[in-house]
Design a protein around this ligand. Structure first.
Ligand SMILES: [Zn+2]
Length: 148
């Protein structure tokens, strides 16, 4: 049996400038462009998160969507990081900084709620599930875990 995993990013690879990517990666990719990095059971959760994010951070972009240790992980560029990521080099004025901080906080809270919620949703089919530890941990319902 061969177990494959999505490759992890090299630790520290982006540690210096987490918000900066090369120019050809500046495309505005949002959650709908990243659904396939996790199982279909979490797609409705991700699409709901996307709709919620649009309300607080319309120009947000995705750094990474993945599963880790059985739960959803979503990393975004919002607020100041997004500002810099779009190629801006000016530092925002205090009012704009405050708006960016509010945007970051709101987006972070929405992501946190979705990540927590994923621990109760089967990643495979979307039914209620619990984290299952095997060679790796996946959140699955009884059916998809083969318990029925
Ligand atoms: Zn399932």
């Amino acid at each position: 049996m061969v177990i494959t995993r999505m490759s992890e990013p090299v630790p520290g690879a982006q540690a210096m400038m987490p918000g900066i990517r090369s120019d050809n990666e500046l495309v505005s990719e949002q959650i709908p462009d990243h659904l396939d990095f996790v199982g279909p059971g979490w797609h409705p959760l991700l699409l709901r998160l996307h709709e919620q994010l649009l309300a607080v951070s319309p120009t947000y972009s995705v750094q990474q969507v993945k599963e880790k240790y059985g739960t959803l992980r979503v990393q975004l560029y919002t607020g100041l990081l997004r500002h810099l990521n779009m190629g801006n080099t000016d530092w925002p004025d205090p009012d704009q900084s405050a708006r960016y901080k509010a945007e970051d906080d709101a987006a972070r809270e929405l992501v946190h709620v979705a990540e927590q919620e994923s621990a109760g949703i089967c990643e495979s089919c979307g039914n209620p599930g619990t984290p299952r530890e095997r060679a790796w941990i996946k959140t699955l319902c009884d059916d998809c875990a083969g318990y029925r």
